[in-house]
Design a protein around this ligand. Structure first.
Ligand SMILES: [Fe+2]
Length: 256
């Protein structure tokens, strides 16, 4: 679980990445979009099952910021090894990284991941979240791209393909972009591969951080293993709350 001040710092880093890498009107539109959904996105987990990565409050932004950093570092390796840098821009790389998992937020009205209401699943399986059945099905990339276009945020063809295929061949739907042996059907930029490697690296590191200590030192069965209901020491919580600037975030965190 992240401390409240870490959630706030992560959000500032998230917005700074937009200011640093996205230019012109698109920067303004993107900042406006994220301001509108700030409270939801700031507190979102990166997934709803604890077996997946970063399934805790603030886990989504923590993951996205890591993907941005991984993407820039992995890009350096590709550049050093001779990738054709004329086929994509760094803005496209960072824009795709920032928005690659946006579809996880759900719809305008409904969040995808809501607190688990099943007491048994919460207590026995340690599930803090469940999927919100009120949200109509769409794949994460499709929903993310829909949210961008429905808020007037344009994206390039490269960004569309990179966001669409960020799961690489872990998602069968990406075979149409990534599995062809025909040269003319292969992506004409390495951007999708760089983003996929960055996402893979970030998720793997998040898995190692969360699970290797648990697997190496199993929690005694009597100890609760879930995060939302875990008691936060009052002094730690008060200190964290006092550092939060955002009133809505304060309220949300205060209820944890
Ligand atoms: Fe991701």
């Amino acid at each position: 679980m992240l401390a409240a001040e870490q959630i706030q710092t992560n959000w500032e880093e998230f917005c700074n990445n937009i200011k640093l890498w996205v230019v012109g009107d698109r920067q303004k539109e993107l900042l406006k979009f994220y301001k509108k959904y700030e409270d939801r996105i700031m507190m979102m987990p990166a997934s709803h099952k604890k077996e997946y990565h970063n399934a805790f409050p603030g886990g989504y932004v923590d993951h996205v910021n890591r993907v941005v950093k991984c993407a820039l570092n992995i890009n350096d390796v590709w550049v050093e090894m001779g990738v054709d840098t004329t086929t994509y821009t760094l803005e496209e790389l960072v824009f795709s990284a920032i928005n690659h998992d946006l579809g996880k937020m759900g719809s305008e009205e409904q969040e995808s991941y809501i607190p688990q209401t099943d007491k048994w699943r919460r207590e026995k399986l340690g599930e803090d979240y469940m999927f919100n059945k009120a949200v109509e099905f769409a794949s994460v990339p499709d929903r993310g791209l829909f949210m961008l276009q429905s808020h007037g945020i344009q994206y390039s063809f490269n960004e569309m393909v990179a966001i669409q295929t960020h799961d690489g061949l872990y998602d069968e739907a990406n075979k149409k972009y990534l599995f062809s042996y025909m040269p003319e059907q292969k992506p004409r930029t390495s951007l999708p591969f760089i983003l996929h490697q960055a996402d893979l690296m970030a998720a793997r590191i998040e898995f190692e951080r969360e699970w290797l200590p648990k697997l190496n030192n199993p929690v005694p069965p009597t100890e609760k293993n879930f995060t939302l209901q875990k008691e936060i020491k009052k002094s730690t919580k008060d200190k964290a709350l006092s550092q939060l600037k955002n009133e809505n975030l304060k309220n949300i965190f205060d209820k944890l």
